[in-house]
Write a protein that binds this ligand. Structure first.
Ligand SMILES: Nc1ncnc2c1ncn2[C@@H]1O[C@H](COP(=O)(O)OP(=O)(O)OP(=O)(O)O)[C@@H](O)[C@H]1O
Ligand SMILES: [Mg+2]
Length: 345
């Protein structure tokens, strides 16, 4: 079976006008423009099977949104190839538009002043959805996302979480086979975030659609994806099971300590890596298998007011992949992705 998404040496360079400071520079700028080149995506390659749900991770400006825009046909590449469901995205064929959706958490794609149900009706026409199928899907989606009683209310009156759920419905009404999700939970509170996660998990498991998800919230990634592609400065730094990252980089745990008295003992460093010192509190990073032994020694030697053991947050672990990318990731392979939604092209 061919891959649903096949990307090969895809690059996108932007040329941006660089304005100099000062009046004289503004005047000369009228005659001679100064440009710089931004390499947003640098020769990325990856392949995603039908039915896979892959996380696309990276710091701000890494090239995630640009990749999703390329895969959605919103922008043309500088070089390289991509084939999604047999289509070259930037050819912008109508037959491709009907098979994918892009949801951008930062962008509102519904009509602001109209109730969501009006926008849904518009999507029905744009995507030429069969009326019975449209009603069935709309009712199923509003039910699953628990927004049935809000569809008649102008979108501008909805909360961010409610609006995001409407965006998802609009994106899924035409039953796309590929879904690009660009930070779908950005700005949402924990409860709304979880609702969106649960919905996506359920929907993907049932419909077996192919999903690329970008998110800065590791909770989304942990809940939904088994594979992660990590990108930094336009290049892929890791492509493989999410567990590989957590296993390879989370060999340590962190002991949170609060000592009785005003200070942190000077010899704490002999038990592990001491950091975040705010006397009488400090954190100690210790290999997972040594936790019990270190705790026993510390409790025998010092009087502790409070003690706790925590996993290293996945955010921190991923950040380590960016910073140690060359040395740590050479043995692992590489890849990237991005989005377009209903009426998005
Ligand atoms: N239209 C554009 N014109 C010029 N430069 C752009 C344009 N879009 C993106 N860039 C630049 O390309 C790089 C990658 O941007 P991109 O939006 O893909 O990052 P990202 O990984 O999605 O970041 P974030 O996590 O902040 O959303 C950045 O340096 C950005 O400034
Ligand atoms: Mg982005």
């Amino acid at each position: 079976m061919p891959a649903a998404i096949e990307v090969s040496n895809l690059s996108k360079r932007y040329r941006v006008y660089r304005k100099r400071e000062g009046v004289w520079a503004s005047v000369t700028g009228l005659f001679r423009r100064d440009y710089k080149t931004v390499e947003a995506v640098k020769s990325v390659s990856f392949s995603i099977d039908a039915g896979e749900m892959v996380a696309f991770l990276g710091p701000n400006g890494a090239g995630k949104t640009t990749t999703l825009k390329l895969l959605s046909g919103l922008v043309f590449p500088t070089s390289g190839d991509a084939v999604v469901l047999g289509h070259i995205p930037w050819k912008r064929e109508h037959s491709y538009r009907r098979r994918f959706s892009l949801v951008m958490g930062q962008k509102n794609q519904l009509w602001w002043d109209l109730p969501a149900q009006e926008s849904f009706g518009l999507h029905k026409e744009i995507y030429r959805i069969d009326p019975d199928a449209f009603e069935r899907r709309r009712d199923e989606l509003t039910d699953l996302l628990e927004v049935g009683d809000l569809v008649a209310q102008p979108v501008r009156e909805l909360s961010l979480g409610e609006r995001m759920r409407m965006e998802l419905i609009a994106a899924l009404l035409h039953s796309p086979d590929v879904l690009f999700l660009d930070e779908p939970t950005i700005g949402l509170d924990v409860v709304s975030q979880r609702k969106v996660q649960e919905f996506l998990k359920h929907y993907q498991a049932e419909k077996k659609i192919t999903v690329i998800l970008t998110s800065h919230y590791m909770k989304d990634v942990e809940a939904l994806c088994r594979r992660a592609i990590i990108i930094n400065e336009g290049e892929i730094k890791h492509d493989g099971p999410l567990a590989d990252i957590t296993d390879r980089f989370s060999r340590n745990k962190v002991i949170h300590l609060q000592f009785a008295g005003a200070d942190v003992p000077a010899d704490l460093g002999k038990y592990g890596n001491v950091f975040d010192v705010h006397p009488p509190r400090a954190k100690l990073e210790v290999p997972r298998q040594k936790i019990a032994e270190v705790l026993t020694s510390l409790l025998a030697k010092y009087t502790l007011e409070d003690v706790g053991v925590q996993e290293r947050p996945l955010e921190e672990v991923i950040a380590e992949v960016f910073t140690n990318s060359k040395s740590n990731c050479e043995e692992v392979s590489v890849s990237v992705g991005e989005t377009v939604g209903p009426g998005g092209i």
